[in-house]
Design a protein around this ligand. Sequence first.
Ligand code: DGL
Length: 294
Amino acid sequence: MINPNSPLGIFDSGVGGLSVLRAIRQELPAESVLYFADQGHVPYGPRSRGEVRAFSEGITRFLLGFGAKLIVVACNTASAAALHYLRQTFPDVFIVGMEPAVKPAAEHTQTGVVGVLATPATFQGALYASVVERFANGVTLLQDTCPGLVAQIEAGNLDAPETRAILETALRPMLEKGIDTIVLGCTHYPFVIPLIQKIVGAKVRVIDPAPAVARQVERLLEADERWNTSFGPALPALAVRPESAVEGSGTLRFFTSGKPDELANLLPQFLGESGPVEAVIWDSGGVSLSLRLG
Ligand code: DGL
């Protein structure tokens, strides 16, 4: 049973998960959120599975320590490396992850050719292999890891010539092979949808999975509420949505293992709103976290 007044915990290697937070704010404006950006370790994409898994576990523990009622792994790379492991390690916690949206893309494509943009670790993971096996349905998937794109987005360069060059290198060959749909398999990439659309044209559909993830979070919260109302212990005060549900006034609190000022400066651009940003430090083994005080 979860306490509806507790915050959601969301994490990513950096600012990418803000694309998921943005969708959650639209779908669930009353929910308070703790957002963790592991900018001391970004990018996750080229890292080993073991490393990303250890970071993901440390961050999940940290967010649960601050009372998070549900964890959103707002990072495809961390989901590929750690989603299964996190669900085993924290069996009592709702954990929502990301997987490349191959299913809707395969259903939508007319040409039968779909582009998928994601990090190397996401493409190598069992999660991607399973999604392809279950849903690709004979559709040709053209993959690209867009080297350097996460770093450009972390720097706020959403329309810079370097960013455009990376995307053109990935997308031009895909266009020549007839893609009509693009799957964004990295939560950083929705922030460059305007640039992608400039390159590929308005007829190519770009799929951002964030709204579907926000709806999944909502479904889980509602299912938990229904379950508690029907079968749970007699705690009626916990079985209703927070008062703020009516006003849409959930609060935001941010943590970064990088530089708080830099994240604070990017929030208006990426999220259109802001909140306090606190610094956290990893222990030397990259296993546990604590707030950096002062
Ligand atoms: N935002 C991430 C993802 O969805 C991670 C990018 C990275 O750190 O390489 O995959």
